[in-house]
Ligand binder design. Structure first.
Ligand SMILES: [Zn+2]
Length: 142
């Protein structure tokens, strides 16, 4: 096991508690994905998560990673961010916040919810109500 990676994992007991609190059975593979995902506030693609899970010596398939991430998303453990229709990132910070997206590096950075002021929201279509507003501010490297 790569020690620099094992140091940056979320503690196993913390992940087990988190999964159980959201009604997710804490299988070995789900806990390993959780240890990578919940290590710190970050935005990772499924490929990056797979890479890191394999680096801790776990044996998981890409399909397992996707199934686990979909389950985590359904249960509110992670937010899925879709950029430009095809790039997906998984965000363990599920409280309201916005993002900077660097179009050169593909990197997402959190923006606190209260740092964005929306002075007026359009009236939603009949029979609907605002659920949430996600702002993605695209930036480029200078
Ligand atoms: Zn975020």
């Amino acid at each position: 096991m790569d020690t620099s990676i094992s140091r940056s994992l979320a503690p196993r007991e913390h992940v087990v508690t988190l999964l159980e609190r959201h009604g997710v059975t804490a299988t070995q593979q789900r806990v390993e994905v959780g240890q990578v995902l919940f290590a710190c506030p970050q935005h990772l693609s499924a490929d990056q998560i797979l890479e890191r899970v394999m680096a801790i010596g776990a044996r998981v398939s890409k399909a397992t990673i996707y199934n686990t991430l979909n389950l985590f998303s359904e249960r509110g453990l992670v937010r899925t961010l879709t950029i430009d229709g095809d790039r997906q990132f998984y965000d363990p910070t599920t409280t309201p916040h916005h993002h900077f997206y660097n179009v050169d590096t593909g990197e997402l950075t959190d923006i606190p919810a209260d740092a964005v002021a929306l002075s007026a929201l359009p009236t939603p279509p009949a029979g609907t109500a605002h659920e949430r507003v996600d702002v993605i501010i695209r930036v480029r490297s200078t």
